[in-house]
Design a protein around this ligand. Structure first.
Ligand SMILES: [Zn+2]
Length: 120
């Protein structure tokens, strides 16, 4: 079976009898995805942007909590990077602001998260 590590995005071929307890590439111990268990769906770019922006936002918030045990922002960024190959639209606010800064290099763009200035 082929397993997709959600941390490093590498796919590993693993025999079902093997008892792998971590990704052989990066050592991540979280549950991988079955690389061949996929779904095809249709949604608007706007719907995709809503889902990815909310996911990235909440993952970033979770990663700042004291009891965070999982690198959620890293995983969501990997998924968004994968999805980005299917659209030219920015899928995260980080990308949206990067595009804005690239379009208007002389402009000052300040971003706040929970009242704190952030470097998105
Ligand atoms: Zn990995």
């Amino acid at each position: 079976m082929r397993l997709l590590c959600l941390h490093c995005r590498e796919i590993s071929d693993v025999e079902q009898t093997e008892t792998e307890s971590c990704c052989p590439v990066c050592g991540d111990v979280n549950i991988p995805a079955y690389a061949d268990d996929t779904v095809t769906l249709t949604l608007t770019t706007h719907e995709l942007r809503i889902l990815t922006m909310w996911a990235a936002n909440w993952a970033a918030k979770i990663d700042t909590t004291p009891d965070a045990y999982y690198d959620a922002a890293h995983v969501i960024t990997g998924i968004c990077d994968h999805l980005a190959q299917y659209t030219d639209a920015p899928l995260t606010l980080t990308q949206e602001f990067a595009d804005l800064r690239a379009t208007f290099p002389d402009a000052t763009v300040t971003v706040y998260r929970d009242g704190q200035e952030t470097d998105l």
